[in-house]
Design a protein around this ligand. Sequence first.
Ligand SMILES: C[S@@+](CC[C@H](N)C(=O)[O-])C[C@H]1O[C@@H](n2cnc3c(N)ncnc32)[C@H](O)[C@@H]1O
Length: 246
Amino acid sequence: MPQHATPPARADYGFDAPGIMLGLLLGGGAAVLMGCVIAALAPGAWRYAGMVLLLLGAVPLFFGLLMVVYAVVGKVRTREHILNLAKLRGDETVLDVGTGAGLLLVGAAKRTQRGKVIGIDLWASKDLSNNAAATTMRNVVAERVADRVEVQTGDARELAFPDASFDRVVSLLCIHNIEDKADQARACREIARVLKPGGRVVIGDYVPTHAYAAAFAGAGLTVMQSKPAFGVALSLMWIVVAEKPV
Ligand SMILES: C[S@@+](CC[C@H](N)C(=O)[O-])C[C@H]1O[C@@H](n2cnc3c(N)ncnc32)[C@H](O)[C@@H]1O
């Protein structure tokens, strides 16, 4: 992986699902604006149509704004929460599944001075702005953790690691991108497979994580929690934590 002689000034972890976010903001914003104009200026019953348009536009606009709030504030808060739940001592081998620009990867590396952190991803551009291994490595270099970080291209559904390779597996906003529910469960089973006995997995996603929890339980893991963390993410977020028995 090429590294820069001069590290860039600061890391940039991008916007999740940028197309959806822009669509919600622009579509919702336009509907709200048109609704306001119609409600204010149109004659008679047309005013009610304007109010309906305003209300219909407010819903996508709200969710678009939530995505912005998450990207600007919630992302780092969620990262720290997930890494707290991972209970890192500092010498672990950690896997970040769907690392994107390396948000959890870099955070985990900062907490594992004597460990090793690997991030894998398919680099889907629809899922994250500027999604590429080179972007991730720029962030890794900017955050000065390159000595203990590795970035690989890989698929969560078929992890290219032997059984029991990792002390911790973390993942944020990745699994829901796998379209087929059966493949999502397969990814969870793969995570369980590469986890060492005594190891812990922490996954955050913007959809309820109970199906992931069920897949982990089916793979023999002990599920510690699967619950919302809206207050942490300032957006939709559920977090599942599970451990592999020794
Ligand atoms: C919304 S981004 C989140 C990135 C990062 N975890 C974060 O929180 O900033 C989802 C990431 O999952 C990756 N992804 C989607 N499906 C994947 C799969 N089957 N295997 C590995 N990565 C995948 C996408 O390429 C994208 O980088």
